[in-house]
Design a protein around this ligand. Structure first.
Ligand code: FAD
Length: 379
């Protein structure tokens, strides 16, 4: 089978490396010019890191990622609100580590460096004539595939070409994201401050610390603040000193930071004809529970598994099985991320006060129930 994979991110690279092992011919197309953008810190839950075992990457993942020990939430005054043991997750279920997105891309690419990958090559059209898929790219080229897999992220072109435009589910919040070596924090601690109209987080990797500063887009977004460090610092000045110190490392250089709108997306059907969606293109995640990449890796493993037994003539059956195995599970994890967002992104002080007290009773174990279930249930 000749398979075109659109987007060389988490899902695309993982799927390409896995499916090639079953003798299929696979090719990746990527809109970006290269992998040089390191991006942001990603936490991989054990269900995601397990997929790396299948690619022989387990030892290298452990060498390059920072084992996460604790997740702590503090209120605007710096008082601890909740603590969640990631050490326990690691002890009971397997590796949980954080690393930069670019580091994970390099790792995944190293599993199959010879798979053809065309950079600067964005998909812009597709025609599925029932016997194959004709794909057109921005570099003027076109390719014909037996199967096309859209792994092109939250703002997926493949999804748009299949189903038309559909709006993201937007929280109205966003966050500035950057890295700094000057942030002093415990290496194995993921820490967030949840205040009214403000969110600050630190996510250490082995080499640096990724930070976020979030709030209502209408107050903190690029069109309002322009990303000016003074404006960002002023927006968080009422928070406790540690949070202010984190925000003080916000870089003046626009190339060293980016704004991420906190929105997600869900699609009704994960495939149509000979085109499948995978990862964020099918079910995009808020970063709140840090599980989008893990779900993308799992989906890659499942589609590769289904295609390992597929017959081209009945390809839609395999895609149907893939969607049946994946959609509910991914959407349940997405629901957990949405629940967490409701607690995390609070606009008023009274609500934040109530939330902080409620958090003592409504535990993270409950908020993350589906994600925790997926650690032990078969995919
Ligand atoms: C700030 C932030 C923090 C996050 N933290 C976590 C975390 O801690 N843990 C976690 O699990 N998840 C986290 N996520 C979410 C996670 O990054 C995504 O869920 C995951 O990357 C999805 O993988 P993907 O392969 O579907 O998409 P992506 O990794 O986004 O890859 C999509 C790729 O497709 C390419 N592309 C787009 N359009 C086209 C086109 N038309 N043609 C060709 N190529 C195209 C893009 O350039 C990109 O390389 C975070 C996200 C953000 C923004």
């Amino acid at each position: 089978m000749r398979i075109g994979v659109i987007g060389a991110g988490m899902a695309g690279l993982t799927f390409a490396a896995l499916i090639r092992r079953y003798g299929h011919e696979v090719e990746l197309s990527e809109r970006a010019a290269d992998f040089s953008q390191t991006g942001y810190a990603l936490g991989l839950w054990p269900m995601g890191s397990r997929v790396l075992n299948a690619l022989g990457l387990r030892d290298r993942f452990e060498a390059v990622s920072q084992p996460a020990g604790h997740y702590r939430v503090r209120d605007g005054q710096g008082e601890p609100v909740v603590e969640y043991s990631l050490e326990r997750i690691r002890a009971e279920h397997g590796a949980f580590g954080t690393l930069m997105r670019g580091e994970l891309l390099d790792l995944l690419r190293s599993a199959a460096p010879d798979i053809p990958l065309r950079f600067n090559c964005a998909l812009q059209s597709l025609i599925d004539d029932g016997h194959g898929v004709e794909a057109g790219f921005t570099d003027g080229s076109s390719r014909r595939f037996d199967l096309l897999v859209g792994t092109d992220g939250i703002h997926s072109t493949v999804r748009r070409l299949l189903y038309g435009d559909s709006p993201d589910t937007d929280t109205g919040w966003g966050c500035w994201v950057w890295t700094s070596d000057a942030i002093a924090t415990e290496r194995d601690l993921i820490e967030e401050t949840w205040a009214a109209r403000a969110l600050v987080g630190t996510y250490p990797t082995r080499r640096t610390v990724c930070a976020i500063a979030g709030g209502a887009s209408a107050v903190l977004g690029p069109t309002i603040t322009g990303g000016a460090p003074d404006a960002i610092a002023a927006a968080f000045s009422e928070l406790h000193d540690d949070a202010c110190r984190v925000v003080s490392t916000f870089p003046a250089d626009p190339a060293a930071r980016f704004w991420w709108q906190l929105s997600d997306h869900r699609v009704k059907t994960w495939y149509r004809g000979r085109v499948a969606l995978m990862g964020d293109s099918a079910c995009a995640f808020l970063p709140t529970a840090g599980v989008g990449a893990s779900m993308a890796l799992e989906s890659a493993a499942v589609l590769a598994d289904e295609l390992s037994r597929a017959e081209l003539k009945f390809i839609e059956r395999s895609l149907h099985s893939y969607a049946q195995r994946r959609q509910k599970r991914a959407e349940a994890a997405q629901d957990d991320s949405r629940t967490l967002a409701k607690y995390m992104l609070v606009d008023s002080r009274p609500l934040a006060w109530v939330r902080d007290r409620a958090m003592h009773f409504y535990s993270l174990d409950r908020m993350l129930a589906s994600i925790q279930k997926s650690l032990v249930e078969p995919i």
